[in-house]
Structures are given as C-alpha cells and as structure tokens.
Design a binder for this molecule. Sequence first.
Ligand SMILES: [Zn+2]
Length: 194
Amino acid sequence: MTVEAGDRVISALVESGALLEGHFLLSSGRHSDRYCQCARLLARPWLAADVVAGLVAQIDVEFDLVLGPAMGGILVAYELARQAGKPNIFCERDERGQMTLRRGFAIEPGDRVLIAEDVTTTFKSCIETARLVSQWGGRVVGVAALVDRSQLDRPPYRLFAAARLNIASWEADGCPLCARGLPFEKPGSRKIFA
Ligand SMILES: [Zn+2]
C-alpha cells in the first residue's frame, strides 16, 4: 500500500479504526490486506474535523454550495461546509435509483458546486451527482474527498483529497494471504468501539 497524506491524517485514520490491516473479503469479491472505512473516522468528530481542515486548506476553487451524495458524502459535506462557512445539502437515490434532491433542497442556476465524498474509487456517484447538478443549472467546480483510492492520473473533476491510498487487492485464487492459509474477515465485522 502506498499512502500520500500528512502524518496527522494517517494517525487520525488509524486512531479512529478507519484504516484496518488484516485479510479482508471485499464486496467486489476480491481480497485485500487493508481496508478503509471512513464512517469510523466520522464517528469521531474531533478527528474528522482535523482531517477536513487539511482538506479545506487545499481547496483553491470558489464555490457557493457543498453537495454530498448519500450516504458517504453527507457528513463530509456538512463538516466541510461548516468550516468553509458555506451552505450544504445532500442528494439521495429515488425509487428508480436516480440521484435526486429532496427535502426542499435546491441548486440555483449558476451555482458553483463542490461535491463532497468520503472515498473516491470509480467516481460513479460523483458522475451521477454532477449530472444532477447540471440538470439544476449548476456547475461542478471540484470534488473533495477524505480518501482518494481512484489511482487515476486524470480524474474527471478537480480532485482535492486529504489522503491518497493505493490498496492492493487480488482475486481469491491469487490472494497471497489465502496462500498462507490466513482466514479472512468481512469489513465491518470487527468491533472498534466497546
Ligand atoms: Zn485472501
């Protein structure tokens, strides 16, 4: 695994139990030796605030509104907007699975929108969220994420990330940890809080 981030970000991820070492069965069916669950960082607001402060310091684009796609983006959008002194809203999926604004949330035509995410991997939800922004007449000026796992040289949007993690994963039959006979666990099965 390669990591690019300040020591404080990594120690916050480790201290909160967000960055785990072991032998994991991922939802994709692949195996890995690391797992990052940002919800665990956000469960400790004092650590998350520190990480988000580092993220806010990187953002060099002007924005009017922070938009977090549910679920992962909601708390990141909230804390980022709180520190930046901007409003924040979230989008969520409707019955047909389409990203939508509910609860009276709106984007004004011409609004410069910063998308907030916990983890960026494939940018799938960012792309869907950006489509929603343009339907409302807004403009995406960037994506801010706690952790970037995309390993893309050219992400589809201006990307600001508190940490960049390059976590290796393998198909089960090529997994070196399985080859050593180590049992695997599903992420989420390990209790972090007493
Ligand atoms: Zn394995």
